[in-house]
Design a protein around this ligand. Sequence first.
Ligand code: BGC
Length: 771
Amino acid sequence: MIYLLLVLGMGCRPLANQPNNTAAVPASSAINQVKDPEMDRFVNDLLAKMTLEEKIGQLNLLAVGFDVTGPVVSKNVDENIRQGKVGGVFNTFTPTAARKLQEFAVNNTRLKIPLLFGYDVIHGHRTIFPIPLGLSTSWDLTAIEKSARIAAEEASADGLNWVFSPMVDIARDARWGRIAEGSGEDPWFGAQVAKAMIKGYQGNDLTQNNTVLACLKHFALYGAAEAGRDYGTTDMSRQRMYNEYFLPYKAAVEAGVGSVMTSFNEVDGIPATGNKWLLTDVLRQQWGFNGLVVTDYTAINEMVAHGVGSEAEAGELALKAGTDMDMVGEVFIKHLGRSVKENKVTEAEINQACRRILEAKYKLGLFQDPYRYTNESRTAIIMQPEFLAAARDIARKSMVLLKNKNNALPLKQSGSIALIGPLANRQRDLIGNWSAAGDWKQAVSVEQGIRNVVGNKVKINYAQGANIADDEQMIKRLNAHGGNLDIDNRSSAAMIQEAVRVARSSDVIVAVVGESQGMSGEAASRSDISLPGQQLELLKALKKTGKPLVVVLMNGRPLALPWEEQNADAILETWFAGTQAGNAIADVLFGLYNPSGKLTTTFPQAVGQVPLFYNHKNTGRPFGGDLLDKYKSRYLDVTNEPLYPFGFGLSYTTFGYGKPQLSKTAIKAGESLEVTVAVKNTGNYDGEEVVQLYIQDLVGSVTRPVKELKNFRKISLKKGESQEVKFAITPDDLKFYNSALEYVLEPGDFKVFIGPNSRDVQEMRFSVQKN
Ligand code: BGC
């Protein structure tokens, strides 16, 4: 076969090693530019053999199978593959299915170019981990990387070579459903998670049959949609882009991510998919990205509704902007041939896009062996016990204890529990949204998890108490997209009455309440972020019984929970914790695991405060706490404080912080300093603590946030044990993009904050002197 002859002599080669470049804008174009002459020769030879039609065919990505995330479904896929009109497919997996399509491409087309096989593997493939927001609240980068590694193992064994993850969009608006899919509100933290996930997916060698091409998404600013409404317009200053929203995308490029997905929204008034400044100047020239850019689902077609012109014109704009591959929309395949004839685009521009797709295939080793990812015997690794154990481990780590009055938790392994709530024995919701090839029927419910962990030692008295939702329209919509909500038709009063009866006859109430998985994720924004339906009424009735009330939450976004915070004895945030959710929740409830998660999104008191985030600017009139001081930046009816701040999370033990020490209080620009703090486990359980370091630049040529996370350490301390935690503060931690978008360190005074969350910190100062 031609492709095999062409690749003779080709060995496995590691992914390009990118230096850790954080240079100014415009940055060195050296990042990501490690040359591979063999690949260049191979791709040049292949391109020289291709007709214009064949090249355009490579730019076409079609959806095959079942998971549809937009209004359009690809048709005649088999035939189009046979005719060389397809570069890749997604939504199809299993080695048999993938092999069948790969054979169409390899055996029927003139140049035998293999296909890419993509899929939305977002938080696990078959073994499902907590939703990404939950993964992030573990603050355990090793465990996060491991979750991506396992996802890559399973996906690659299942016929796939490309995953549409990580999603690194900064999200500060709890109304936006896709806040569930990312790592929260902090740019620096988001960058660390992005790097860990890419390492997990891609490893060091993409040609291995257990590594997959990662896809950074959604480039860019998708999380800043106006009013938190999905697909909404974004509009922000370049200052904010460079200093805040761009950080995780840039870090992912530096970590060598192989592909980037454009976002649906506009950036600076131009849809991202057709935005040359974004896709070429920033992504490729400033950051040195040399991989493939794919659109989001039908994003080129949607440029027509954005108002940029006809479909053909949208295609021309997208290609010229730097988009290489058209997801589902078939605009390129329909119009680009004519656009070349009419001189609207050049063949050189098509060559460029085609080259990047061929390079991705080359890097994956597909020209060496198109069937590398279709080895049936590898499916034996799927959901192996070791993967399930890892899923249980990270699920436990992701849980955040928000309240624990009088040590209501952990529960005793005796007596009786009133297990109440619409999510108490659900399975569907536990694997969350975007659960890839996960089978919810294999998810462990809370009820089952409790039985697995404590057996018959505890008597469980169950009552549903309420439906997840009562709004019929909402239920219909959720069920139309796999919600599987079975609604109990009894009156709300009757359901609550039954639950109260059950509670009265038990020692303690465990109320498992929250959202259904479909209430977050794509196209799932909410204007009300309190508990849906009658669930709050249920909690109020349970409270009246006087029994200890433990609230276990499942949700894909920060919720507004003022009553719950006031009245519950304990609150445990569990997100949607994946295949092993019930076991992990039971481990935490009964103290087999001491919770260590910390929030990566601020929880507001009320939806009206949103967007609410800790790293805001100060304004000229910051509110100082005097209620009668009218002309301050605040609301009349609610304080500016969050219900729970960024970085917050309790443990069954307590931690004492000593007074932090700085190694110097004055340094020269370019020098580093150290901060040391002693942390002691002062409580009665062994536990883990996330020690957080924030910095504020007090004076800048552009205003700087009141606080920015710059480092953290998750440490494990036995009861009574102390540890000295040391952080280096480097020049990079002090830099920012000025109004000319130069990445600079401005001498002056800085504050350093150390603490267990972004609010309860101790502060110190140092200055950076002019050299
Ligand atoms: C989503 C992407 C996803 C794509 C493919 C889109 O609707 O925005 O995140 O990767 O569909 O399923």
